[in-house]
Design a protein around this ligand. Structure first.
Ligand SMILES: CC/C=C\C/C=C\C[C@@H]1O[C@H]1/C=C/C=C/C=C\C/C=C\CCC(=O)O
Ligand SMILES: N[C@@H](CCC(=O)N[C@@H](CS)C(=O)NCC(=O)O)C(=O)O
Length: 203
């Protein structure tokens, strides 16, 4: 399993008082990327607050939009519960209620995958491309929710579209990670593949 995630980053050359992230606000994404992959970060499991990535504004905006999206979907279920008189823990009710309920559940299921690949693609591939994909994904999920609220069939188009965008983000993440870790450009010159692979698959 890749040990990627939100880590506090110990920065040997950026040591603040405790030698721990956050780094100065001038640190670019390339530095974040470098520190993500420096040996110093592996093994530390503390979650790193997104604000620690000073140049990742587009990703922050996208994440904020995601939060509003998620809150909106949850509110719709609350309203539907009241409207159709389905109290927790019941999840069955009239089809109108169940469609709203399932729409929110399905969007929530994919949210962790979406956020993870959004960040990895943004850091390791390109922030702008990842942010555009994030926007498209959120729009598709909103359409999915609205479509599902009206009918089961109405969800299908946006569902396929959101799946495609998600796969694109997954592809960008993998491509970004491969290029970064395997340093394909310097493959012939430096032959560092074994040590990079070791980093990549470190627990
Ligand atoms: C690491 C990978 C994690 C998640 C996978 C990413 C995306 C999710 C899958 O791509 C989504 C696939 C959806 C495929 C749907 C295919 C067919 C559905 C067919 C019919 C539905 C008809 C109906 O229910 O009415
Ligand atoms: N929670 C999903 C699990 C399976 C799944 O993720 N299916 C994909 C389609 S193959 C999906 O996006 N399903 C949501 C939907 O059909 O609305 C479900 O109820 O269908």
């Amino acid at each position: 399993m890749l040990s990627l995630g939100w880590h506090y980053v110990v920065l040997p050359e950026n040591t603040g008082s405790a030698g721990i992230w956050p780094a100065p606000p001038t640190v670019p994404l390339s530095a974040v990327r470098r520190h993500f992959t420096s040996g110093a970060i592996w093994g530390c499991s503390c979650p790193c607050p997104p604000s620690s990535f000073p140049k990742a504004q587009l990703l922050h905006c996208r994440l904020t939009a995601s939060s509003f999206n998620g809150a909106y979907f949850a509110l719709q279920v609350i309203y539907a519960r009241r409207k159709y008189k389905v109290s927790p823990p019941d999840t069955a009710g009239p089809p109108e209620f169940e469609r709203v309920f399932r729409a929110q559940a399905n969007c929530s299921e994919y949210f962790p995958i979406f956020v993870s690949v959004l960040w990895v693609a943004g850091i390791f591939f390109q922030q702008g491309v990842a942010a555009v994909c994030g926007l498209l994904y959120l729009y598709a999920r909103y359409q999915y929710f609205q479509g599902y609220t009206l009918s089961a069939h109405g969800r299908l188009g946006p569902m396929y579209f959101s799946a495609k965008v998600l796969w694109i983000l997954i592809g960008l993440s993998v491509a970004g990670l491969l290029v970064h870790f395997l340093s394909l450009n310097s493959f012939v010159g430096r032959m560092e593949i074994p040590s990079k692979l070791q980093l990549l698959f470190r627990w």
